[in-house]
Design a binder for this molecule. Sequence first.
Ligand code: F6P
Length: 364
Amino acid sequence: MKKIVISTGGGDAPGLNAVIFAVVHACYKRGWEVYGSRDGYGGFLDLDDMVRLTPKDVAEIYSQGGTILGSTNKGNPFSLPVENLAGEIQVVDISDKIMRNFSRMGFHCHIAIGGDGSLEIAHRFAEKGMQVIGVPKTIDNDLEETERTFGFDTAVSTATEALDKLHSTAKSHNRVMVVEVMGRDSGWIALYSGISGGADVILIPEIPFDMDEVCAKINDNELHGKHYSIVVVAEGAVTQDGAAFNKGTGELGRQEVVLGGVGEYVASEIRKRTDKDTRSLVLGHLQRGGSPTTFDRLLALRFGAAAVRMVEEGIFDHMVALVNSKMVPVPITSAIRNRKKVSLDSDKMQTAEDIGICFGHSSG
Ligand code: F6P
């Protein structure tokens, strides 16, 4: 009988619960026990937060958003900032304690569900001797070695639905609507939702943009009798002249300080440079909420079941990946080496160009 522990790390993504569901069922079928660590590594530090999971505990969760294991953003156990008695912040390494509790609990393997940050931590535990398997989670779809991460399809569906709705209001008021979507420094969500949601302009980090080109597209729409435009901006998009946007802190970029983020910058430039009434909105965490789409559910269930097969086969320090429609183990280190960017020679990019979407790039 093996004892398996699962944790969810980083921001939530629709499909986390479906992975947990599959792991619990696949282990139960093999006569193994499953435990869930609450709040990331919380269960390793306080055993009251280590919860036994049986099929009855996970009934129905495959279709629910969020994670039953609680908040997932509790910091890096290898360098955790904690306040000492004098009220000062000190960075401590609590990884040895986690290793001790892993052994004390008699765990055979840790299935870590996470994005690049959580998988890097999982790999560091593997280096300390913990048997670890990774499951790729992020709405950003920016993990290398896997064609998809779960959560991405749901985020794209949410963004596309929002764009569909914005068309009618933009058209009614002859406005430009600028929609900022998530994705960190990759443009996957912007590209997929922008194409599917009828965007006129899509700005992605992979193609630094020129406001002249963006405004030329809006003016061209106007000239051809389309008096409204939809602009999708990835949160990590940057201008060709290197202006940086730091949402939240408003820190000085090379040329601009933009408190509202890149979406608000683009909207304000459109307002200044064209006669168009322009509004902007940030879709934000809506993209992380709600039930996983059928695609994400199925992918997450497949990832969970495949992770358990990897336990059986003894393949550790690997992440389960979707490669050519199959579940394939890949070394965690290669999955986290770089963030996966949109490939500019893909058919999706070609399609977008063919249907007249502007990416805001100029040759000069
Ligand atoms: O990585 C997922 C993601 O949703 C990014 O798209 C976004 O930049 C970030 O997390 C937001 O993080 P937080 O929930 O900490 O605001």
